[in-house]
Every structure is written in structure tokens, then in C-alpha cells.
Design a protein around this ligand. Structure first.
Ligand code: AMP
Length: 278
């Protein structure tokens, strides 16, 4: 496995590989990331992982500085997962002192849900992923449904920019008790983790309710809110939106995203389920 830290060396290494699938990450790898690496192997002969905690997608009061960076164990996990190439640049590589004043935004998708609570977040995500796409030139890139809005925006960006890259979604991996895996789960104390379980519990209860025939989203959202409030979580949003446009819907008539963002102590968690009518 090659580990590259500069753009030039990464381009050079990449030019000697054939068809390639990329898994962009911020490191602190867990089984969710590894499932995307496995998915990437199914779509190309070679697999690259980028590990970069991207400062431009963090707000001024967010956890950029304290975000976990266990780089040695990350590299070990990549090696074990059969990754061919890891791109792990320093911030100065990606953003030299005088960064080009370029902004990629898809406002109709990026100003709702997470975008409302994290202004500028998706601009940072689009900026870094567009740069990674240009540097690594993969034929495919894998993103998790755990960050559904990100996946949707990056699919739309890829189409709008005519990047010749297939965007492949991977399902959300969960701990056996339902908690969606996340690098931020390691911030949770045991008591906070128990409270955090109300997020998946609420989402699953709403999914069951939908399966039993209830398709009014206000009823599904009330079920989720009850689960969260019972555990005293601070809710940023609980929403039902069209899975493609991310616009609110009153009934589940087409694929619909039920999305939650809530804080447990100082940790902010997101999760979702997708409902598909028959
Ligand atoms: P991150 O390192 O948090 O930026 O995530 C890198 C990629 O892994 C993104 O495409 C995420 O959506 C994906 N990912 C994160 N958590 C999970 C999970 N529990 N299951 C599947 N994919 C995930």
C-alpha cells in the first residue's frame, strides 16, 4: 500500500494504477468506512482512500481541532482492507496560503437540514471533494447514506460538473444495538451513548409505523420527537423530505428521507432512514 502526502506524488502514483474507486474520509476509521472500502473493491480493480480532516467544512465553533486523528491505526486498517493507495495530505497541501477564491454550491440542496445548522458546511465538502476528484481522478467514488444530504449533494455536483465519476452509495452501518457508527461516537460517555440510542430507536419506530400503513409524515415525525425528548436530547431538526429534492413532504408518496440531528451533551449526531412506498 502506498501512502502519499503530496499532490504531485499522489498524481504520480495514481497514474500507474488502472481503474480506481475512491473512498474519501476524515479518518478515525470504523466498520462503516471499511464497508465503503469493500464496496469500492466491487467497483474497480484498485481502491484509494483519502484521509483528510478538512478545515473548510467545519464551523468556527465546531470540533475541527479535537477531531480524532488516529493515523497509525487508520493506515493499518486500510492495509488490512486491501487498499492500494492512501492520500493523506497536510492542510497546507490542500490549501496553500493564497487559496483560489472558488466556491461550488448547490443552494437548493445545501441550505436545508444540515446546511441550515452548519452554514458553509457543504461548500467546504464540495470544495474538498472536487479537489480530491481532480487530484485522484477516480472512475468511482463511494459515500455513505449515513450522511445522506452529503451523498445527494455530491451526486448532484458530479452531474452538474460532468465529472466522469460514478457515485456509489453505501448503506449505514450500525452497532448491534442500532446506533449508527460515527467517528464522533467516541466522544460519548456510556450514559450519553444510552441516550443517543433514542435516535435510531425513534427512526426505526417511525419506519415500522410507515410499514403498518401510516404515511402522514407529521405522525412519523411525532414518533421520532417523542423518542428523542424522552431521553432529553437537544433536537436540531427532525424532518421528512423528498429523497431527491430534499423538500419537505406531508405524505410518503415517493422515496422519503426521515432525518434527525440532535445533541447529546456536547456531541452532535445525525442519522436517517429512507422510506420507499411500494
Ligand atoms: P467521514 O470520515 O465521517 O467524513 O465519513 C467518510 C465516509 O464514510 C462518508 O461517505 C460517510 O457517509 C461514510 N460513513 C460514515 N459513517 C458511516 C456508517 N455508519 N455507515 C456507512 N458509511 C458511513
Amino acid at each position: 500500500m502506498q501512502v502519499l502526502t503530496t499532490i504531485d506524488s499522489c498524481r504520480d502514483a495514481r497514474s500507474r494504477l488502472g481503474r480506481l474507486a475512491l473512498v474519501p474520509t476524515m479518518g478515525a476509521l470504523h466498520a462503516g468506512h471499511l464497508s465503503l472500502i469493500e464496496l469500492a473493491h466491487q467497483h474497480a480493480e484498485t481502491v484509494a482512500v483519502s484521509i483528510f480532516v478538512n478545515p473548510t467544512q467545519f464551523g468556527p465553533k465546531e470540533d475541527f481541532k479535537k477531531y480524532p486523528r488516529p493515523i497509525e491505526s487508520d493506515l493499518r486498517l486500510c492495509e488490512q482492507a486491501g487498499v492500494d493507495m492512501v492520500f493523506q495530505p497536510a492542510v497546507e497541501q490542500m490549501y496553500p496560503a493564497e487559496p483560489a477564491d472558488l466556491m461550488i454550491d448547490l443552494p437548493s440542496l445545501s441550505t436545508v437540514l444540515e446546511g441550515k445548522h452548519r452554514p458553509g458546511h457543504f461548500r467546504g465538502v464540495c470544495q474538498v471533494v472536487a479537489k480530491l476528484f481532480n487530484i485522484i481522478q477516480p472512475q468511482a467514488a463511494c459515500f455513505g447514506e449515513k450522511d445522506y444530504q452529503q451523498l445527494r449533494i455530491l451526486s448532484a455536483m458530479t452531474e452538474a460538473m460532468n465529472f466522469p465519476i460514478r457515485i456509489i452509495p453505501g448503506p449505514t452501518l450500525r452497532d448491534p444495538d442500532g446506533l449508527a457508527m460515527s467517528s464522533r461516537n467516541r466522544y460519548l460517555s456510556p450514559e450519553e451513548r444510552t441516550k443517543a440510542l433514542s435516535i435510531s430507536r425513534g427512526l426505526f419506530a417511525a419506519r415500522d409505523q410507515f410499514a403498518s400503513g401510516i404515511d402522514q409524515t407529521n405522525r412519523l415525525l411525532t414518533t421520532i420527537q417523542h423518542a428523542l425528548l424522552e431521553q432529553h436530547l437537544a433536537i436540531d431538526y427532525v424532518a421528512a423530505v423528498d429523497a431527491k429534492t430534499l423538500k419537505p413532504v406531508e405524505r410518503v408518496a415517493s422515496p422519503t428521507l426521515l432525518a434527525v440531528a440532535a445533541r447529546v451533551g456536547s456531541t452532535r449526531l445525525i442519522d436517517n432512514v429512507i422510506l420507499s412506498p411500494q
